[in-house]
Write a protein that binds this ligand. Sequence first.
Ligand code: NAD
Length: 409
Amino acid sequence: MTASESTDQYFREAAGIMGLSGNMQKLLLTPEREVKVQVAMEMDNGELATYIGYRVQHNRSRGPMKGGLRYHPEVDADEVLSLATLMTWKTAVVDIPYGGAKGGIQIDARSLSPGELERLTRRFVDEIHDVIGPDKDIPAPDMGTNAQVMAWIMNQYEKYHGFNPACVTGKPVELHGAAGREEATGRGVGLLTIALLEKEEKNIEGARIALQGFGNVGKFAAQYLHERGAKLVAISDAYGGIYNPQGINVPLLTDYVATHKKVLNFPESEAISNEELLTADCDVLIPAAIGGVIVDSIVPHIRAKYIVEAANNPTVPSADRALAKRGIILLPDILANAGGVTVSYFEWVQNRQHFRWDLERVRHELDRKMIDAFETTWSLATEKKVPLRLAAYLVGIGRVGRATALGGY
Ligand code: NAD
């Protein structure tokens, strides 16, 4: 099953319960625009390299489209479509006035020099600047991209359209970025992990957590949970993982990764594989890396009672059903990792008003939005006796569907 078939399957299940007509389902699933462009550039050694860049704009019934830009070897047209669709439901679940989009280039960003990364990004903007913009579609960071890449996007976009910092979010704080954007997705994941445990009358202090991915999202989620007393017993990245049943010292690991670029060989830990991480003895499993890692064959071996999807699309639908049968409670991506797009929205608001918020205000507004969305989803799941993923889709599709019907076609 492809990535977009997976996300569409979740949609169809919710749409069936809501009684949406076949025509309405088709309208809500069909992307508004799919762009595929050539990105050609000169490498440092003087050779010519050509890549394919994608931008999929899924739905704009609730506002301009919004979604990250991913540089990763597994990017393809279908994955970008699936992630764009997820963004439509995600922005609706946290109730911010956006639709959904996503972009990507199939490349291992680690293989490029800073100069090559900059040229790649600028050439991509040359190809898509006409279809993005503050009232059309606003890119943001995702896997393999960061604040520096967003700064280049802004600079290149402005060469065509003039001063316009709201054309992209996740920018450096020194260049129209928002305080708290970098930590936002991880903070939201940490906050909702605690909210979920509280609903289950469990305490975060001493809760054992296994975390896959120690990039932007994973690192900040780990820090947030560590500071509140959780025990991070297993952490991994693309090179493998580490395990320490006494709890990994997250601040020291953060410093270690800043130097060594990977978690492997961190002192006082045992090396484990990424598969062993997913089945580690823990209370909460947090996938915060790539999609499609929780598959049927792994489900019987998962020992966590709770899964919090920090990554997009980490669970395939058949595994999702098997997890529910096992009584494992899962907080879905379209809710759990919505902190990033929420603070991206705050950044866009600040850019448009030319008025800066301080970190305290950003955190306060983020926490309020995330908890509101969590409570709405939890109440609906309880009322309808459905899993949290289905409840989140019911909330998201309901809002997008109502906006579509009210606006007309
Ligand atoms: P990142 O590039 O900063 O970090 C990715 C991490 O995953 C790294 O530690 C990397 O080593 C690891 N990784 C990559 N391939 C792996 C593999 N095959 N097995 C195990 N680990 C692997 O990316 P990020 O921004 O932290 O994004 C992580 C996930 O969170 C993605 O699914 C992304 O779509 C999702 N997400 C990110 C944001 C955001 O604000 N950055 C917002 C919402 C969702």
